[in-house]
Design a protein around this ligand. Sequence first.
Ligand code: PLP
Length: 381
Amino acid sequence: MQDKQYLMIPGPTPVPPTVTAAISMPIIGHRTENFAQMHEQIVKKVQKVFQTKNDVFVITNTGTGALETAIANTVSPGDKVLSLITGNFGERFANIAKAYNGEVIEVNFGYGNDVDLNVVKEKLAEHPDVKVVLATQNETSTGVCNDIEGIGALVAKTPAVLLVDGVSGVGGIEIKVDEWGVDMLCTASQKAFMLPPGLAMVSVSDKAWEVSKKNKSPRFYFSLPAFKKVYDKWNTAYTPSVSLFYGLDASLDMMLAEGMDNVYKRHAILARATRAAVKALGLKLLAEDRCASNVLTAVWGPENIGADDLRKIIKKNYGVTFAGGQGPIKGKAFRIAHMGFCDKMDVIIAVSALEMGLAQAGYPVEMGVGVKAAQEVFLGR
Ligand SMILES: *Cc1c(COP(=O)(O)O)cnc(C)c1O
């Protein structure tokens, strides 16, 4: 059936009906009291999710726009940037810093690994003149979650600012911006926030504001001082995506009504069930349990069966979409997202489709083994 689709990719993710309804409300002018009130409420709710008192800007952009906002306002030409890379998105963050003529020191921990704090410590000691540190909370290309708290504690002891790509993690995996010393946290609407693509969110600490004021990089659409000029009036520098603001207000209400602790627990159990199912089917996970992401699971395709061929079979026959591998693991791995508007039965559907797809691709699999493993996790057995 054409309209019955199960979208299980790490963005865009399914949008709840409540949010869709909010998005379809009549447009209002953005220089109005009504918009200002909604904007203020949204920022206060995002601050709760971020666990911060810092300024939070909701910008009409995608996640990459949030990352560019962070770089454009903190990296001056020639500045030393320490880039902690655990996959494709870490590489992208480093590339943005290079585009702004930062002198980027890339530390690549390899696909499937997380950031090693000892290495971070060494690199910061070796380069005391590092101005900016880039880290990824949840590396979407590999399904690895990094220790932002640990990285934050190390960077806080230096004059450098810590910029965190939390595009796929925030809203599904806890992050404590103030307590952990995250100077700028970047995220976007279309992943754990359960919205269509088009909005980004960025928080700015006092330390980051100081750096931003002295920054020499050219910036216009991404200029934090331009955002700040109208922030106190709950205005936006340019025309915001009014409809998505309505949607964000609704999705934040949903998240806060569930309770953020419950949201994080839900994602954790979905991840555990997915990993248990994959292991039960005899497939290999990219990330070790220790650093495995709670919002998506990356899986190596079975030997002699292309991961993309398997994905095609599953999409065509069952309407379930998994994401492919990126970069060096393209065609070799696939990724099952369980982020945002996702619950236990979505995982059961995903695993059940995976079993049938594997069988059709010629992989020896006993039906129900993966589903059972997931069910056992849900039953707490
Ligand atoms: C999706 C994603 C991005 C890119 O966001 P866009 O909205 O596509 O610009 C950046 N970083 C991470 C970790 C992501 O998952």
